[in-house]
Ligand binder design. Structure first.
Ligand SMILES: Cc1cc2nc3c(=O)[nH]c(=O)nc-3n(C[C@H](O)[C@H](O)[C@H](O)COP(=O)(O)OP(=O)(O)OC[C@H]3O[C@@H](n4cnc5c(N)ncnc54)[C@H](O)[C@@H]3O)c2cc1C
Length: 416
């Protein structure tokens, strides 16, 4: 059960609407996606749009609900029980939507954001390239300007919705601008000539999302599809940093839902299954896994809520980045532990397709890797910490002085 203490009355109403939607999702759709029989479920997106559950934070005039991040976290946990693939398809509206909502022209919001939030347009994002994802600013996809048209050449790897999405937000370097950070530009690429799905990946989990490699061969993109129009040229770095908030918070929120789903299956099992004449949950080693999992899930909700509050607060971008990265790292690592606990609690049957835990385990393995690996989260967290810590005066007690030898300067040697 989600932790109601963090929810407002309207969050509880939202939760009920999302639960209703999640219950609507046909079981067969989940099975067909996991069997790669469905590669991009448009029905899911349409239904979410019909129920007004996409892009919850955005302006009502574009079809959003003007809700805070803390409310979106409630929805993300609930959708997360469906697994990473549907969780990701749902989240992409929050991620790509953020970029358009913050940086798009009015015309782009009318043309793209509105139909997106109605569930009429499927969206994807192309950041990662075959040469690497972590080192984003070393991207090699190029955009050459000829009059009011840009011609994109390059490749993006692991794009969810490469097969199936109608609109792909693609980052490319505009030729002729020297510093890549000033050349990085976000393009709203509509499927058409020169946009080629070159390979659809066979995945361990997170199947059915049309994850593929996109190749751009002189793909023509009009100036009106540069995110932000003429003023958006070279603004890709700002778009990237803004987008990384929903990119990572959606991973954090979804993680809790999926792990909760696995725990619920295992907890029921442990209440029914007997060994040595008693329910297995009576064994300390089993019940400790339940309590460990519950603690990790509640701690994840708390850090996600705090990161959501921070994102809503308009605090400095560094503070937001740090907390969002902590939430992504903690929640995804906790989810990995919780799903493993669930499988362990169920013994051999948990490893079979009689229960969905094996599918959840295959799904959950991805989330410490995508939307920025957790090693990259470590880099961001400590970087933002030091930036603030070393420049801001600390008002609290100076604990370094609480030692017997604190005033022996000859012992405090730093080799500088
Ligand atoms: C199923 C799936 C779906 C995805 N969906 C999308 C999508 O829709 N759109 C999209 O653009 N991308 C998507 N991704 C890509 C994903 O975000 C990247 O895989 C991820 O960012 C890592 O990039 P990489 O795979 O190139 O690994 P690399 O960047 O090559 O990293 C390899 C290893 O080196 C480590 N490493 C790299 N640099 C450092 C460093 N400085 N310090 C410490 N460790 C480091 C990494 O943590 C990792 O362990 C998806 C990936 C998968 C598998």
């Amino acid at each position: 059960m989600p932790t109601n203490v963090l929810m407002s009355k309207s969050d509880i109403e939202l939760l009920e609407r999302v639960q209703d939607f999640v219950k609507w999702v046909p079981r067969q759709l989940l099975l067909d996606m996991d069997a790669d029989k469905v590669r991009y479920p448009k029905t899911f997106i349409k239904e979410a749009g019909k129920r007004n559950l996409l892009g919850l934070r955005f302006d009502k005039k574009y079809g959003g609900s003007e809700m805070p991040w803390t409310s979106e976290m409630v929805a993300l946990e609930e959708v997360g029980v469906l697994g990473t693939s549907l969780g990701c398809l749902y989240s992409l509206f929050s991620i790509v939507g953020e970029a358009i909502h913050v940086f798009g022209t009015d015309e782009q919001k009318e043309r793209f954001l509105k139909p997106m939030l109605k569930g009429e347009i499927g969206v994807a994002e192309g950041l990662t390239e075959p040469r690497g994802g972590s080192d984003f600013f070393a991207a090699t996809t190029k955009a050459k300007r000829v009059g009011d048209t840009f011609y994109l050449n390059g490749q993006k790897r692991f794009v969810v919705g490469a097969e199936g999405a109608d609109l792909i937000l693609v980052y490319a370097i505009v030729e002729g601008i020297e510093n890549p950070k000033n050349a990085m530009t976000a393009f709203l690429v509509e499927r058409g000539p020169g946009v080629i799905v070159e390979h659809v990946y066979g995945l361990m989990g997170t199947k059915g999302g049309g994850t593929g490699r996109l190749v751009f061969k002189d793909a023509a993109v009009p100036l009106k599809n540069v995110l932000g129009g003429e003023a958006g040229i070279g603004k890709g770095t700002s778009v990237f940093h803004q987008m990384m908030v929903p990119e990572r918070l959606t991973s954090a929120g979804g993680a809790v839902g999926m792990a909760r789903g696995a725990l619920e299956v295992a907890a029921k099992y442990a209440d029914k299954r007997k060994a040595f004449g008693q329910k297995i949950r009576a064994f300390e080693a089993v019940s400790a896994k339940v309590s460990d999992s519950l603690t990790l899930l509640d701690a994840s909700r708390a850090i996600n809520y705090m990161a959501g509050k921070m994102a809503d607060s308009g605090a400095s971008s560094g503070q937001i980045r740090r907390l969002v990265s902590e939430a992504k790292k903690f929640s995804t690592e906790s989810a990995w532990k919780v799903v493993n606990h669930a499988m362990q609690m169920m013994g051999g049957i948990g490893y079979t397709n009689i229960y969905p835990v094996e599918k959840m385990l295959r799904d959950v393995r991805l989330i410490t890797i995508w939307t920025g690996t957790n090693e990259i989260m470590d880099l961001v967290i400590q970087h933002e910490f030091y930036k603030e810590f070393l420049t801001k005066k600390q008002n609290g007690r100076d604990t370094e002085r609480d030692a017997e030898g604190a005033d022996l300067p000859d012992e405090k040697i730093y080799n500088d």
